[in-house]
Design a protein around this ligand. Structure first.
Ligand code: 6PG
Length: 256
């Protein structure tokens, strides 16, 4: 378990979801350019849900589209629903429709989580091997994403690290299948271990339904089983909170 975050969070508040998406696009481009300049590739894990759609649509068009070296970009996912890639709930489908179909990224640079796997645990193990191979890791090395994008649910979950689920306590894997009883579903998710090894983790959080959990995560007592987003504390990287005004409404420094 990573150490609790002690210094004040790098929290950036924007008037609305559109301004948030624009700011996130700037962060994405900067991370991509820095990564390619320093080690020739940009390894990014995309988040799912609905918030990132606006970001992806911005990245698929000028000026951001031309600012990313898509030929040097390697795209992964932070989590995936256990559905086929063409299912309406698929995080991959959303990213493909909003972004990947519109940019010149090589097909073999897109590493989809196998949500369609009949056995999610096998799918998770396969994806872990896919990640290790794509990063060309040694047997005891962990992948260091240049950027991990995350969202946060109204219950404080992130990726598919949901409250009171087994994945919260997994420290010996990079990817797991996580049973989420309240959804009556199983999800594939990166573990906190690999997210916290990233150079940059950026939460994108918008909407009034996130105000209470965000205040709990950032200003409340440390209780990661209830608020799994509190597990995210990069060990040697930077954590960035990009939020809109509605989501920041319950924060003491930004209320009103
Ligand atoms: C998913 C996501 C999940 C998401 C949050 C926020 O697969 O649903 O990865 O962690 O980021 O639930 O979702 P919204 O952006 O739709 O509020």
């Amino acid at each position: 378990m990573s150490q609790p975050h002690t210094d004040p969070p790098d929290l950036r508040v924007y008037p609305d979801a559109a301004a948030l998406a624009n700011a996130a696009a700037g962060v994405f481009v900067e991370a991509a350019q820095h990564a390619v300049a320093t080690h020739g590739r940009f390894y990014v894990a995309l988040s799912g849900g609905s918030t990132p759609r606006a970001l992806f649509q911005l990245l698929a068009a000028a000026p951001y589209r031309e600012a990313v070296a898509w030929g040097h970009t390697m795209v992964f996912w932070g989590d995936e629903r256990c559905v086929p890639p063409d299912h309406p709930d698929s995080n991959y489908r959303m990213a493909r429709e909003a972004l990947l179909a519109h940019v010149p990224i090589p097909h073999d640079h897109v590493f989809r989580m196998p949500g369609e796997a009949t056995d999610p645990a096998t799918g998770a193990a396969l994806y872990e091997q896919t990640v290790r191979r794509a990063f060309a890791l040694g047997p005891h090395e962990d992948p260091r994403f240049d950027l991990v994008l995350l969202g946060m649910g109204p219950d404080g979950h992130t990726a598919s690290l949901f409250p009171h689920t087994a994945a919260l306590h997994v420290t010996d894997r990079l990817v797991v299948a996580n049973r989420v009883d309240k959804l009556d579903a199983t999800r594939l998710t990166l573990t906190a271990r690999v997210i916290n090894n990233a150079a940059l983790v950026a939460f994108l959080i918008a909407g009034s339904d996130k105000a209470e959990p965000l205040a709990g995560v950032l200003e409340g007592p440390r209780r990661p089983d209830e608020l799994p987003s509190q597990l995210i504390a990069p060990t040697h990287g930077h954590l960035l909170w990009l939020v809109d005004h509605a989501a920041a409404a319950r924060l003491t420094a930004h209320s009103g």
